[in-house]
Design a protein around this ligand. Structure first.
Ligand code: GTP
Ligand code: MG
Length: 197
């Protein structure tokens, strides 16, 4: 898929004030610092579209982008940010879970997982919760450029195995890197396929 236009639309915490739910929507979610905003920039080939930072906790709001005037791409705040207050964490839980369960045009959630790490409980729990809610999701393993393919493959296999205890069919995954653009075309093809159906 060619990206002809990619524009920032709105930032929100109020689920009732989101852009009209009249276009297919795809959301990026995962731990703080896993690379959500960077991957949004990589797949759209727009460097500064989503704000990134070395410090976790950069994205705090529900950010809507409109792509090719056709579909919405959404950058969400990360979970598992240790330095945030309990109150902040509770509020994350509330508005993100509300967004994910109530947004009727949401086609698929992309759960980003750091390919350098062994399976983390917080990511597995989040996938389990999505499954329980019946929210369709795919797995995007990030930062592949930071270590060997072999290590990524091992961590991916472990993650998929852990999910197998809960899911009859574990959703597909894509290994990505915002640096080398690995997997970016595949992410766009996946979105294109869903848009066409
Ligand atoms: P929050 O908004 O805080 O939840 O973080 P995020 O998941 O949006 O992460 P962000 O895209 O801001 O990236 C965090 C850090 O990881 C930044 O320093 C990025 O440059 C770096 N980073 C993200 N993706 C990659 C990647 O594929 N390769 C490498 N080498 N670094 C990456
Ligand atoms: Mg971010």
């Amino acid at each position: 898929m060619n990206i002809n236009r990619a524009e920032f639309l709105t930032s929100n915490t109020d689920v009732t004030k989101l852009p009209e739910a009249n276009k297919a929507e795809y959301a990026f979610i995962g731990r703080s610092n896993v690379g959500k905003s960077s991957l949004i920039n990589a797949i759209t080939r727009r460097k500064g579209l989503a704000k990134t930072s070395q410090k976790p906790g950069k994205t705090q709001l529900i950010n809507h982008f409109i792509i090719n005037d056709e579909w919405y791409l959404v950058d969400l705040p990360g979970y598992g940010f240790a330095q945030t207050s309990k109150k902040n964490r509770a509020s994350w839980e509330k508005f993100i879970r509300e967004y994910l369960t109530r947004r009727e045009n949401l086609q698929c959630v992309f759960v980003l997982i750091d390919s350098r790490h062994e399976p983390q409980k917080i990511d597995l729990d989040f996938c389990y919760w999505l499954g329980e809610q019946g929210i369709p999701f795919l797995l995007l393993f990030t930062k592949a450029d930071k270590h060997s393919m072999v290590k990524s493959d091992q961590n991916i296999a472990k993650f998929r195995k852990a999910l197998k205890t809960w899911f009859e069919e574990v959703p597909p995954h894509i290994l990505t890197s915002s640096e080398t653009k690995l997997g970016c075309e595949q992410v766009l093809e996946t979105i294109d396929d869903i848009n066409k159906n």
